[in-house]
Write a protein that binds this ligand. Structure first.
Ligand SMILES: *Cc1c(COP(=O)(O)O)cnc(C)c1O
Length: 443
């Protein structure tokens, strides 16, 4: 057991981490960079312990992955048992129950009471790619529409949908074709003002698809119901339901990429649940399996079952150890009501960030849902010029004080908070105290 408190024994990063980092620099490609080079030795719930014995407060969950807490005992038990039984057969060669059970759980828990089918993969990007494959196959159409500020992964096809150049796309093209981008309903920065964002964004986007692509050429619209890497952008109420309905009216599939927002992170099982939107296909990964690599696409049975045998799959997709972890993770979320806990975390974080917002004009907006909360930083509230340098400085100051924080945003000026859902109130509040200190020290 690791005591749930912050401990600083050395400067961050400490000498042992620095030594490991020298080995990293000599052995790992520069392309794979690290946000905070403390080398982790163990973790539990809201704490990560490094090789120097420092205990850091985790506000990142490995990017919304360890939602059930670092070192969750149910996950450890399930993984250990599964590893002892067997580690791999390839589901396409000789199947096993765990894969089927994860698909049953996904079919049951994803939005909509209609008949569904699921396929499992390894990473979020791989699942998104497969959602695109299925949409094109089913509709017989080519065009895929994604959004400004979108993040869908780093493979060639998903990079074509990802919006941000640096660091993701820069010099990695050419990218896959028939991927189109439309503006995002981004209330804080909508040119016509927040009040008009929903209506104006909806008509702008649908007009653009009509005029520039054609509904009859459009296979699918793919959207993150709360955008992740792009800045935790929450579209205005009514936008997602209207868009989903418009897609239905034009035989265009509505795909929700819930890789980051799914699995209780937003305070409900899925972010689309807040507005009762039912996607044709929903993409899941990150929080699904407590840190084991697993992803899935779950869709209407009539769509998913048009694919010929052998059309979907992969050597490792739905690996039994990852599936066992997913089942333990789902059980934990239900038994411990982690969606409810995410809503409590929202109340605490929004309360504390509200205080910062009253104190500092650089806090442009606090937004998000559940344990997926962000603070967008600006030079001032009139121009809303993005304060990327300040964001970076505060992030660094948090790290030095033993708080693992992440930034995001196409403009690099958004602080995001993604604590494990099992983190204590004390650690949440201590993390917020540290953020306040880091803010004051960085101005
Ligand atoms: C992280 C992420 C992905 C990509 O997942 P990987 O497992 O890193 O490939 C796709 N979509 C969203 C919304 C994400 O947050």
């Amino acid at each position: 057991m690791i005591e749930q408190r912050r401990v600083l024994k050395t400067a961050i990063p400490g000498p042992k981490s620095q030594e490991l980092h020298q080995r990293k620099l000599a052995s790992v490609s520069t392309g794979v960079s690290t946000g905070l080079p403390i080398y982790v030795e163990s973790g539990q719930d809201g704490i990560l312990r490094d090789v120097d014995g420092n205990q850091l407060i985790d506000f990142g969950s490995g990017i919304a992955v360890t939602s059930v807490g670092n070192g969750n005992q149910r996950i450890i038990d399930a993984v250990q048992k599964q590893i002892a039984d067997f580690t791999h057969t390839c589901f396409m060669v000789t199947p096993y129950e765990e894969y089927v059970e994860v698909c049953e759980e996904l079919n049951k828990r994803t939005p909509g009471s209609h008949e569904k089918r699921t396929a499992l993969f390894n990473s979020g990007a791989e699942a998104v790619e497969n959602a695109v494959k299925v949409a094109r196959h089913y509709t017989g159409k080519d065009a895929i529409v994604a959004f400004d500020h979108a993040y869908h992964g780093r493979t060639n096809l998903t990079l074509a949908m990802t919006a941000k150049n640096m660091p993701y796309k820069h010099k990695f093209g050419p990218f896959a074709s028939e991927l189109y981008r439309v503006p995002m309903a981004y209330p804080y920065r909508w040119p016509g003002g927040e009040k008009h964002c929903e209506a104006e964004a909806f008509s702008y986007i649908t007009d653009q698809i009509h005029a520039q692509i054609g509904e009859e050429n459009t296979a699918a619209v793919i959207i993150e119901p709360i955008q992740g890497e792009g800045g935790f952008i929450v579209p205005p109420p009514g936008f997602l339901p209207a868009l989903a309905q418009w897609c239905r009216d034009h035989d265009i599939l509505f795909i929700a990429d819930e890789v980051q927002s799914g699995f209780c992170r937003s305070g409900d099982w899925f972010a689309v649940d807040h507005e009762e939107v039912v996607p044709d296909i929903i993409v899941t990964a990150k929080g699904i399996a407590g840190g084991m690599p697993l992803s899935g696409i779950t869709g209407r049975a009539d769509i998913m079952d048009t694919i010929h045998g052998g059309g979907l799959g992969g050597t490792y997709g739905g690996n039994p150890v990852a599936c066992a972890a997913a089942l333990a993770s789902i059980e934990t979320m239900e038994a411990d009501d982690l969606a409810g806990r995410a809503r409590e975390i929202e109340a605490i974080l929004k309360g504390r960030l509200g205080e910062l917002s009253e104190k500092y004009e650089q806090v442009g907006e606090v937004r998000g849902r559940g344990a997926m909360i962000a603070m967008e930083l600006v030079e001032d509230r009139v121009t809303k010029a993005p304060a990327a340098a300040l964001t970076g400085a505060i992030n660094k100051a948090c790290h030095e004080r033993g708080l693992v924080t992440l930034t995001c945003g196409t403009l690099g000026n958004v602080f995001r908070f993604l604590p494990p859902l099992t983190i204590s109130d004390d650690l949440l509040n201590e993390g917020m105290d540290i953020l306040g200190e880091a803010f004051a020290a960085s101005l």
